[in-house]
Design a protein around this ligand. Structure first.
Ligand SMILES: Cc1ncc(COP(=O)(O)O)c(C=O)c1O
Ligand code: FES
Length: 434
């Protein structure tokens, strides 16, 4: 019997438990929407951010690159103020912040940009990344492979962390770039960014980090961490969707081949008219994140502990990723003997995901969990809980109760669970092939 149990209504035994559990699973009062716990996919816009943006959709409509009149100057001033807020959050100089459409573009720009600039002449052609990066990093690397570059996709330990010794061994004389993310979007593990930065600097290799899930949530400092390039996204930190930034170090200078050419805006690295409203919103989101990071962190940590303690007190439940080095706002848990998609269906009153938003349409088990050594079954039975600035204790308590009840319910339906309850070790069973 495959573990992929479907929650088919014909399978239900109409006892009091099933009726109660399932009616709650799909009940949404008029006007009420699911509890939002998918903060890694995106975060709600902070109302303070919207307030800052609105004037740039009405009166202040000038092109920030227009130099000949006040409409341009006022937009330009707002964009430059925003750039300062972003730079201040990561310890950079504002001149080192290049606006982009988001972290996807920043990752493409960094990886392809460095490769194509420094790959000229053919002396350097090697890049190191890890198997648990976001798809846009992995895919940028795949494209470069087609262009003749060589890529090492480093495996990670079972806890999701990079082995620094293995990274050191992987560096070659022709290595030009190491790209390793700061916080993983599926399991929340925090890589040892400062140590990786030091290693790269000692070996004269550029260091890029995809910090889409880190900036604004944990302290990031480009100088203390020896980061040369860093991708940032506004919509992960209560800012608007469609804007992000790439930090590009000036000393020692990192040169890039631009992927978007044209009017030469953004130091010639990213042509095109900037969107002042989005830039202003991004800046305000960074200003708030810097001011409130400590407060937000404390709240998120407390809610996360409450949720994790509750979930892990259920039997056959485990957390994915390192238990000490992870961002508490991203909690990834495996519920053995429950199929993840069925559980998500049974938790329709809670907006959750089993992994990244861009791969959530596929039923493939997560490649990140597979890289940690999880079995297909375990990867399939995992759910990510994303906690954020506006999550409340009441929501966490509701979620805990719902998950406990519905996992229990689905397990009751599972023949595997029945065997486990009888004390049979499933690994000793020889399944007949059909
Ligand atoms: C780690 C990571 N990198 C990159 C991205 C892409 O960011 P954006 O939506 O700004 O392009 C995301 C989010 O989707 C992410 O979590
Ligand atoms: S692009 Fe956001 S999760 Fe993949």
């Amino acid at each position: 019997m495959p573990v992929g149990l479907q929650l088919g209504y014909t399978m239900l035994t109409p006892n009091a438990l099933s009726l109660d559990v399932l009616s709650n699973a799909t009940k949404m009062d008029e006007g009420q929407r699911p509890i939002y716990l998918d903060m890694q996919a995106t975060t709600p816009l902070d109302p303070r951010v919207l307030d800052a943006m609105l004037p740039f959709y009405t009166g202040f409509y000038g092109n920030p690159h227009s130099r000949t009149h006040a409409y341009g100057w006022e937009s330009e001033k707002a964009v430059e103020d925003a750039r300062e807020h972003i730079a201040a959050l990561v310890g950079a100089d504002p001149k080192e912040i290049i606006f982009t459409s988001g972290a996807t573009e920043s990752n493409n720009m960094s990886i392809k940009g460095v490769a194509r600039f420094f790959g000229r002449g053919g002396k350097k052609k090697h890049i190191i990344t890890t198997q648990t990066e976001h798809k846009c990093v992995l895919d940028s690397c795949r494209h470069l492979q087609d262009e003749g570059y060589e890529i090492t996709y480093l495996p990670v330990n079972n806890n999701g962390l990079v082995d620094l010794e293995k990274l050191k061994e992987a560096i070659r004389p022709d290595t030009m770039l190491v790209s390793i993310m700061a916080v993983n979007n599926e399991i929340g593990v925090i890589q040892p960014i400062a140590e990786i930065g030091k290693l790269c600097r000692e070996n004269k290799v550029f260091f890029h980090t995809d910090a889409a899930q880190a900036v604004g949530k944990i302290p990031m400092d480009v100088n203390a961490m020896n980061i040369d390039l860093m991708s940032i996204s506004a919509h992960k930190i209560y800012g608007p969707k469609g804007i992000g930034a790439c930090y590009v170090r000036r000393r020692p200078r990192v040169r890039l081949d631009p992927i978007i050419s044209g009017g030469g805006q953004e130091r010639g690295l990213r042509s095109g008219t900037l969107a002042p409203a989005l830039a202003v919103g991004f800046g305000e989101a960074c200003r708030i994140a810097k001011k409130e990071m400590e407060y937000d962190s404390k709240r998120v940590r407390a809610l996360s502990e409450r949720l994790l303690n509750g979930l892990l007190s259920m039997e056959h439940t485990s957390q994915n990723g390192d238990r000490n080095h992870f961002y508490p706002g991203c909690v990834n848990v495996s519920f053995a003997y429950v199929e993840g998609e069925s559980l998500l269906m049974a938790l329709k009153d809670i907006a959750l995901s089993s992994g990244s938003a861009c791969t959530s349409a596929s039923l493939e088990p997560s490649y990140v969990l597979r890289a940690l050594g999880n079995s297909d079954e375990s990867a399939h039975s995992s759910i990510r809980f994303g906690i954020g600035r506006f999550t409340t204790e009441a929501e966490i308590d509701y979620v805990l109760k719902a998950v406990t009840e519905r996992v229990g319910f689905l397990r009751e339906l599972s023949p595997l669970w029945e065997l486990v309850q009888e004390g049979i070790d499933l690994n000793t069973i020889e399944w007949s092939q059909h």
